[in-house]
Design a protein around this ligand. Structure first.
Ligand SMILES: [Zn+2]
Length: 316
């Protein structure tokens, strides 16, 4: 199964964001994250279906939306909590605001903790400006002749667990490494070629079903999960600490996780990275997502309405 139409919709969305950003850069030298998100949703419709509801102002934790990717045929799904962030230029320096704080604490910690309450990974949707704006920045797999990634990097996605690690390691240089470690949003779905086998530090410690997930092509929601997991797995492989050959249960009280026995290793991350990402991959769609879809937003649990004012549903 591929999902060519969804992929095309995300490409349209990213191109529209690039246009909007270029316009606002000309007008006043910057753009607003909300404007970019609105363009992304409008131009990717109906494949991105936003469902909005009220969120108490005091509950703001910095997350912008909760995104559920649902396999049409099987009900398997993957959820992630998203926060939009602009890549900003400050003279010659790039900044990304991972260190922003409010009275409740650092935004990145609040985002990770809100994701914990929802049992999904946290992610940043990075608005990186148009190509002219981000001149000089290069992706991690850059090819000088004809890079296929950099021109599409205007709307990118990065695991927040990875972002936290990059920030802790180098607070002043993390905007550049975050750009390098992110991937174009559209690459989460419908690749031209199937994803290949992943090399993973803890592969030998994984159960057979998780090994299959890592080394066999994945489609739909599982592919979205694998793409995001690949980001943290690649970061884990840059840290030369020994793998931790123990397991832990991925406790997903409201969920029905596809993989419930995962390596407990955390490398240099703040928490075990397998669980961080893979708890978002479920065998069935959470009831609150069905409620939102049916317009029963009054039934949404407090941990959802405290975290976001929007759920986006995408069928694969
Ligand atoms: Zn590149």
């Amino acid at each position: 199964m591929t999902n060519t139409e969804l992929r095309s919709a995300l490409v349209r969305g990213r191109e529209a964001v690039d246009e909007t950003v270029a316009f606002w850069l000309t007008v006043n030298g910057k753009w607003e994250e909300e404007t970019a998100t609105a363009r992304l949703c409008e131009q990717s419709a109906p494949y991105l279906r936003p469902i909005t509801f009220n969120r108490p102002q005091e509950a703001r934790i910095g997350a912008d939306w909760l995104w559920w990717f649902i396999d049409r045929d099987t009900d398997r799904c993957f959820g992630m909590l998203c926060q939009a962030k602009n890549l900003k230029k400050d003279g010659k320096r790039w900044t990304i605001g991972f260190d922003q704080a409010n009275k409740n604490g650092m935004q990145i910690k609040l985002l990770l903790s809100a994701a914990d309450s929802l049992d999904v990974p946290a992610t940043y949707i990075l608005y990186c400006g148009n190509e002219e704006y981000r001149a000089g920045l290069q992706c991690r797999a850059h090819s000088t002749s004809d890079c296929t990634i950099c021109p599409r990097a205007g709307v990118s996605v990065l695991s927040a667990l990875g972002a936290e690690y990059l920030y802790d390691r180098d607070p002043t240089g993390c905007a550049v490494t975050a750009f390098q470690r992110s991937q174009p949003l559209e690459d989460l779905v419908a690749p031209k070629a199937p994803d290949g086998a992943m090399w993973e530090t803890n592969f030998e410690s994984c159960t057979g079903d998780v090994q299959k997930f890592l080394n066999q092509p994945q489609y739909g929601a599982a592919r979205v999960a694998k793409q995001l997991f690949d980001q943290v797995s690649a970061l884990r492989s840059t840290v030369f600490t020994k793998a931790h050959p123990s397991f832990e249960l991925a406790v997903v009280p409201r969920g029905n996780p596809v993989y419930d026995l995962l390596p407990a290793d955390r490398g240099h991350f703040s928490r075990p990275y397998f669980r961080d990402v893979l708890r978002g991959l479920r065998r069935s769609v959470p009831q609150y997502v069905r409620d939102a879809e049916a317009g029963r937003v009054d039934r949404l649990p407090a941990e959802v309405t405290a975290a976001v004012d929007k759920i986006i549903i995408t069928y694969l």
